[in-house]
Design a protein around this ligand. Structure first.
Ligand SMILES: [Zn+2]
Ligand SMILES: [Zn+2]
Length: 365
């Protein structure tokens, strides 16, 4: 059912082609802070330490974070190999690793390290650990031929999930965290997903899988995205800059308003629309970043209508497990969101293509 599943024979090919001290691997590296500073370079062949796995990369997806790193507007620590939305095949396992085997098709969580002792880590919220480092953001990532990562975050992909959909497990986990874990969307609830970008359309698929009635909302210029949302099975789409659309959604919800808004647009217009769409007692789940410290929000209406504002950032290990369960059950189709594919060598063209709104670009190794 995934359009990109089984699209090429990529499994059971985990044998390393060259090893030894002289071997190098190609990797896309941010060499220094500031705009640009990206280059494809040869790095020493990674070997797994205790508890580590080396993955021969098959695919990596670009996201907004990669573009921010490219523009020099994301606080990373160069020199750094980019890439955190990843799929590949286990090439080598380090001492003590039993959870995966050489040849397994896998994806990886993005925690490169966390303390394991703080209150957040003990609660399973490793994404909030003050000592956390992230694969592809503050530790080396997987836009490379091979990458070494902690085995604890490496998961075997379900049998019919190919590298493209597999690489999107990470943004799918972000959507799961927002919709299921933070937003607590339940069957039968009316949900509006605001902002039809990649995370928005993944959140819509997760909300549908939860049994919710899902409207994807954006602006009139998002007609192509609305078509895709309709193909993915959402109940309705709405352009909130068309007069009367917000009122129409509220009317469809029995005149009360909807139970949950998953706000993925990170815009004041989206925030304003969300507050007008929600029923009394509804939840606003804020996922999108605004990119500015000062945002106008109608807090009086929030109080008057007893709305709950919930923030959702990134994902936790449990989000990944739920995302993999949804993939395994065929309840979501993240591969449908891929808009372009480029070989690693054509990374410049890939980054240029990823600037287009609504794009989701894959690098293939
Ligand atoms: Zn990402
Ligand atoms: Zn910690």
């Amino acid at each position: 059912m995934l359009a990109l599943r089984g699209d090429r024979d990529w499994r059971n090919d985990g044998e390393r082609h060259e090893t030894g001290p002289a071997a190098t691997v190609k990797a896309l590296v941010k060499r220094a802070s500031g705009p640009g500073q990206l280059a494809l370079v040869d790095l020493p062949d990674p070997h797994p330490g205790p508890g580590q796995v080396v993955i021969r990369m098959a695919a990596g997806a670009l996201c907004g974070t990669d573009l921010h790193i490219a523009h020099g507007t994301f606080p990373c620590r160069p020199p750094l190999v980019l890439g955190h939305e990843l799929a590949g095949v286990v090439a080598e396992v380090g001492p003590g690793v039993e959870s995966v085997r050489v040849g397994d098709p896998v994806t990886t969580e993005t925690d490169a390290s966390f303390c394991g002792r703080c209150a957040y880590c003990r609660a399973g919220d490793m994404h909030l650990c003050p000592e956390r480092t992230g694969i592809g953001t503050t530790a080396d990532g997987g836009f490379a031929e091979y990458v070494a990562v902690p085995a604890g975050g490496v998961h075997r992909l379900p049998d019919d999930v190919g590298p493209a959909a597999g690489a999107l497990t990470e943004p799918l986990a972000v959507a799961v965290h927002a919709v299921v874990e933070r937003g607590q969307v339940r069957p039968g609830e009316r949900v509006v997903v605001l902002g039809p970008g990649t995370v928005g359309l993944l959140a819509a698929q997760v909300a549908l899988a939860q049994g919710a009635d899902v409207t994807v909302a954006g602006l009139a210029r998002h007609a192509d995205r609305f078509r895709l949302a309709a193909e993915l099975g959402v109940t309705a789409t709405a352009a909130l800059d068309v007069p009367g659309e917000i009122e129409a959604i509220v009317a469809r919800a029995g005149g009360m308003g909807v139970d949950r808004v998953i706000e993925c647009s990170g815009s004041e217009e989206g925030l304003d629309g969300a507050i007008r769409l929600l029923r009394k007692g509804g939840w606003l789940v804020q996922v999108g970043f605004f990119g500015t410290p000062q945002v106008r929000i109608d807090l009086d209406t929030l109080v008057n209508r007893e709305l709950t504002l919930v923030a959702s950032r990134g994902k936790r290990p449990t989000s990944f497990r739920i995302a993999l369960d949804l993939l395994r059950a065929g309840r979501v189709d993240p591969g449908r969101l891929i808009t372009g594919r480029f070989p690693l060598e054509a990374w410049e063209a890939a980054f240029a293509a990823a600037e287009a709104p609504g794009s989701k670009v894959l690098l293939e190794m």
